[in-house]
Design a protein around this ligand. Sequence first.
Ligand code: BMA
Length: 322
Amino acid sequence: MLQLKRAKINPIMVPDPSNWWESKAVFNCSVLNDGKNIHMLYRAIGEYEDYVSRIGYASSNDGLSFIRRKEPSMCPEMEYESYGIEDPRLTIIDDDNYVTYVVLSNYVRNNPSVSTALARTNDFFSYEKLGIITVEGSQDKDVVLFPKSDGDGELGKYMILHRPSSWIGPEYNTDRPSIWIAEGNSVTNFVKHALLIKPEQSWEALKVGTGVPPIKTKKGWLVIYHGVSSEHVYSAGAFLLDIKEPNKILGRTKSPLLAPKEDYELKGDVNNVVFPSGACVLDNKLFVYYGAADKVCCLATIDLQEIIDYLLSDACAIGLGK
Ligand code: BMA
C-alpha cells in the first residue's frame, strides 16, 4: 500500500504566540512554485471567541523551511468575508496567481453559509478580489482551479474542481457531498458542472473534497483529495485525470495515502485531521502540504513517478460504472 512520507521536521510551521492574528493556529497551507521561490498561503487563527480566519504568507527556496511575513497577507474586508477567509488554494493561470478561498457569510456557529471566492495577486501583498465564484446556496468549498498557460494545447479553458455540499439527492446522482468538475467561460463564471468523484470507501464515507489544485504530469492531472470517515477522521487519497478530457478518471486510490497517526495529526483544535491543500514538484518529488488537526502546517512527500505508476496500476483501476 503506497504511503506519503512525512517530513522529519514536521510540523513545518506552528502558531506564533507573539503575533496576534496567528497565535492560536496555522494550517491548511497552499503553495506555488514560480521557479525562484515557493510561495505559501495558509489559514491562521488568532482567537477562539469568533474563530475568524485570516490568510498568512510565507516563502521558501527549498520547500522545507519557510519564512513568514509578520503581517497577514489577506484579511476579511468585503461584506461576504465578514466571518472569515479560510483554506486558500493557489494556481497560476496565464501568468497571474489566483487564490480560491472559502468565505463564511453568516455567523459560523449559528447558520453557516459557505461559498468560495477568488482573488488575483502578482506580489502577494495586494489582492484584487474578484468576488464569489460558486453557485448561491450550494455550500461550496474545496474549490481548486486547474492551471492554464497561454498556448496550452491540452486544456485551453478555465476549469475547476469543487464540492457543493447541498448538491445531493436523486437529481444529483449522489447522496453525499462529492467532487464536481466544471468548465468556465471566464475565471469567475463556471457553468458546465458534472459529477466526478463520489465517496466509495469507508475512509471517505461522509464526504470527499479536493485538496490540492491539479498538477500537470505527462500521464494526466494529478489530484490529492481528502475523505472523511463516519468517525470524522480526515485522510488523504489521490486520483489521476486525463489531460485532454479531465472528466475522465484514469485511476483512484482505494486506501488512504496518509491518515492521522502522529500526535500533531491526532490532537489539535479539531482532532484526527490531515487536510492536504497544496503541492508542488521539486526534483521529481511531489511535496504535499497539509494542515494537521487544524493547528499546524505539515509536509509529506512521494516520488512523482511512483505515485503516477501506482495510480495507473491495477491497484487503482476504476471499476465499470463508476
Ligand atoms: C473543513 C474546513 C477545513 C478544516 C477541516 C477539518 O470543513 O473547515 O478548514 O481543516 O474541515 O476540520
